[in-house]
Design a protein around this ligand. Sequence first.
Ligand code: ATP
Ligand code: FE
Length: 365
Amino acid sequence: RYVIGIETSCDDTGAAVVDYHGNIIGEALNSQTRIHVEMGGIIPIIARDLHKQNITNVVDEAIKNAKLSYQDIEAIAVTTEPGLALSLFIGVNHAKMLARKYRKPVIPIHHMEAHALTVRMVERVEFPYLVLLVSGGHCLLALAQDVNKFLLLGRSLDDSPGDAFDKTARQMKLKNLKECAGLSGGAAVELMAKTGNPKSFQFPGVLSQNRDCNFSFSGLKFHAKSLILQEELKQGIDGGNVLPNVGDICASFQDGIVKHLVHRIRRGLLYTELKQLLSEENKTLVVSGGVASNMYIRQEIEKLCQHFNCRLVCPPPKLCTDNGIMIAWNGIEKLKREIDLVQVNDFDEIDLKPRSPLGIDMTED
Ligand code: ATP
Ligand code: FE
């Protein structure tokens, strides 16, 4: 039994065929990232046009790579929320078209739910578990109680952690260092941090008085910016030159981010313990998203987990980013439970929701 997943919520056109056991049978991905980077950010109309140009090829290619035909597919899973309205529309429209043509049901998918469930493709992780998603586009802490049952405990009140890493790396001009060539901002900061001392500069605590699990990264980002300008002035650095003590700045900044993440996860663990929402014998925290590939961050979260007798699981990097695979797997999870299958005659029921929190939103309490 196979499901095809289609993802167009942001800047990647992705499709993949996944089977009941979580094997990836065929996949295809067209990333628009390079074009958007050149434009200085995602422009929705351009994203839509690129999705439109590529969708047919990407989806057909996934089927072709799987050595299957559309007849062999049991259902078509597609991201319907949240995301850029214009982009979501292209994927959903294509899914409906295929579903009509081949008389298959459509399974609407929540993009963040898919990120949170991907780990179950590759590891034995049972509900309930805590999940932290940290990337260039997201930051949230949630309790996964079932495939379609989530409690959203925390989310970022401003920027994403990936954005804080990227902007800070740019401010330090890390790209001009040959050891950082080709690395993302976050990966460059992690690499340079290895050469520095995290105690060199004090970064402010974030939201430490807030009695919730929300996140904020704009303060840390701003603090890093002022610190870099100050150091550059002090040391008479200008143009494309890089500060000699970038290692110390990277290490201190990264440590500031990690302290904030750990502090918020700690609150999440205490809350779920108090309300007995996690099983005591089988406590699990899943950490996913591009930022989760940072080994320093993982190591510090691991220390916290040991303290709470909690298992830490991180999916492989390939499954942490946007793709059709996670959408197809989420489709399989729903198919197994026979939930959310929409038949051709009911396609009017399929709603696009550009803004849509994951599950029950507890972040305001
Ligand atoms: P999504 O739409 O799912 O949020 P995205 O493209 O915004 O996807 P990802 O591809 O999951 O995000 O992750 C990219 C982000 O992860 C970038 O901001 C990048 O700087 C950051 N990142 C990558 N490697 C590391 C690392 N080692 N340490 C910290 N941040 C990292
Ligand atoms: Fe995503």
